[in-house]
Design a protein around this ligand. Sequence first.
Ligand code: ADP
Ligand code: MG
Length: 683
Amino acid sequence: MRPDILNPLFAELTSLKGIGAGLAKPLARLKLERVKDLLFHFPSYFVHRRAVDGLDDAQIGETIILSVDVLDHRSGGSARSPLRIHAVDARGDVVSLVFFGRNSGWAKKQLPVGEARRITGKLEAYGQERQIIHPEVVDGDHSVPMVEPVYPLADGISNRRIGDLVRHAMERAPAFPEWIEPSVKAKFDWPGWQEALIAAHQPDGAAGQARLAYDELFSNQLAYLLVRAASDKRRTFPIHGDGRLVDALTLPFALTGAQARSINEIEGDLQQERPMLRLLQGDVGSGKTAVALMAMLRAVESGRQAALLAPTEILARQHLASLRELAGSLPVQIEILTGRDKGRVRESTLMALADGSIDILIGTHAIFQEAVRYKALGLIVIDEQHRFGVSQRLLLANKAERPPHLLAMTATPIPRTLTLALYGEMDVSVLDELPPGRTPVETVVISDEKLPDIVAGIGRHIQAGGQAYWVCPLVEENDASDLAAAEERAAMLTLRFGNRVGLVHGRMKGPEKDAVMERFSSGELSLLVATTVIEVGVNVPNASLMIVEGADRFGLAQLHQLRGRVGRGSAKSTCVLLRGGSLSETSRARLALMRETNDGFRIAEEDLRLRGAGELMGTRQSGEEGFSVANEEQVRELIGYARDDARMLIERDGGLEGPRGEAARIALYLFERDSAVRTLRSG
Ligand code: ADP
Ligand code: MG
C-alpha cells in the first residue's frame, strides 16, 4: 500500500481548489491528472519583466512594463486581420498594441481611447514600427510578477492558471526522508527533495531539476533490480538437455564466435533453477535465429516446450519456415499459432500443445492468450523485444507457477546507457560479429529529383534477374495519405514494370500480406513496394536492391533495420536513400552516417547523439520506460550512479525495511513503480 504521506499527491486534480470538470479536460491533455503530475510539470522558460519609463529605454525582444496613453483603435478591413491599438509613452513615442480574434473585444474595453493604462508584453519590431502582441493590462488590482514561468502551451487553460495550480500542488508537497545515498548526494551537491522541487520551478533551478531527474532514474533502476530479485527467488525447471538434438543438428554454417559465446551464456542460465532473464542483442543479420534455435532445442531435449513470440504475422511465418529448415530432419515438432487461426485448425493446435506433441510453438501474441495451455513450457523467446512493453514481458514471465526461462532478442543496437534504462532487469548477450563472407551493403544518398534514373536502374536490375524493395515512408501510423502515396507509387511502377510489382502495407489483412510476400520470395514478383511493415526480419536473399523514399523522414535505427533486408545473399547489394530537396544540417549528417557505416552500434550511438534519448526510446517501445523528468544527457550521466546506488541499497536492505529503504519505497511510488514494490511482499 502506498504510504499515507503520498495521499495528497495522488489525489485527483479536481481536489484542488477551483478545478472542475471543465479544467480537468485540458489538463488531462497535458497528462496532468493527479496533484503530483503538476509537481513535475516544469516551466519551459521564464519571462523576465522590466519596468521602463519609455520605449527608447527598452530593447526589441524585451518584456517590459510601461505606462501609455491610448490614441486610437484601428480594426483591419477583414474579419481576420487584427485590431491595432495605437498608444504613446510619456515621451510621445508610439507603440502598436495588436490583438487577434476574440481578444480584440476584450482589448477595446480594457484600453479605451484617451485613457492612461499600464501594460506589459514583449516588445517587437514590425517594419519601422514597434509593437506588442496581446499585451496585458496591469492597472488596478492586477499586479504582474517580474519573473514569470511559462509552461508548455495548452489549449483551454491559461499559463497563469497552470502556474497557480502548480503553486497549489507545491503547497501539498511534503518533506520526504532522503532516499539518495549520501555520498552521491554530496558529490553532486544536491538539495533535499522538497527544496529541489521548489528550485526546479524557479529560474536557475538546474541542480534541483537534476536531483529530481536522478530520483526518477533511481526508481527506474531500483524497480528493475527488485523485479529481478523477485524473479531470481522463484524456481523453475533447470534445462540441461542430453544433446540428442543439439548434437545431431547440422547447420549449413559454422557458428561465429559471438554466436558460440552467446549460446554458452544462455546454456549457463538455462541450467539454473533460477529463471533466465536474458536479452540477446545483435545487429540485423548477426544470426540470432540460430542462437534461439539452439536454446529451444535444449528445452525440447529436456522434455520441455519452447515458444517463440514474433511481433508480426509475416515474421512468425518466416520464423516457422527458417526454423523448420534449420532443424532439418531432427525429430522436433514446430508449429505456428496466430490470431488468424480459427476453428478446427486452432483447436487441433491447442490440443497438440496441451498434450505435448508440439515442441516449439511460433506465433504472435496469440500464443499467450488465456485459452492457450502448454504441457510443459520451459522457454519463451521474444523476437524484436522493443515491440513489446515491459509489463507485457513481465506478465509473460510470471504467468506460469514455475516461470519459464526468458530470452528476449532485439536487432536494435542500443547504447549501453540505454540498455540499462530500458532493460535494466536483464542480463545481456551481444552478437557483435557478423557471419563471415558478407559483402557490406553499399549505400548511396540521391536527391529525389533523380527518380527517373532510379526507375531506369531498377529496370536493368530486374532484367538481370534481380529483385528489389521500394520503401515508402509512413510518417504517422494510420495516416491514410501515406497509404495513398504508397498506392500511387505502386501504380506508377506497375505502369512501367507490369505485374512484376507488388504492394504490402500495414492496413492489409494478414493473409493478403502473406500472399504478396510469398509471391515476392518465390520470385514471381520482382519489385516489392512497401511501407515500413517490412522493417523487421523479412528474409529474401535474392533481393539486393533497396530504394528508400523520403529517407530523411526515417529514424536512423529504422533505416538501418530497413537496409538489413538487403545484403542477405551472395550478390553485392545497394541501398538507395532518396532525399528531399532542402535538408537540415542534422538530416544531412544522419544520411551521411548511413552512407558511411553499416555498424548498427555506431548508428545507434550517433542517433542518440543527434536526436536525443526521448525520441529514440519513444520509437522503441510503448513508452512505459520513458522518462518524464530526466533528459537524455541526464540519463547518460546519471544512470550508472543510479544503478550502483540502487544495487547497494538492495544488498544492504533487500526488503526495503530500514529508514532508507522506507524512503526508497516513497520514490518508487512517486514514479509509479508500484509493481516493483509489490514484489517485496510476494517474495
Ligand atoms: P538476425 O540476427 O537478423 O535474426 P538471422 O538469424 O536471420 O539474423 O540470420 C541472417 C542470415 O545469416 C540467415 O540467412 C542465417 O542462415 C545466416 N547465418 C546465421 N548464422 C550464420 C553463420 N554463423 N555463418 C553464416 N551464415 C549465418
Ligand atoms: Mg531475426
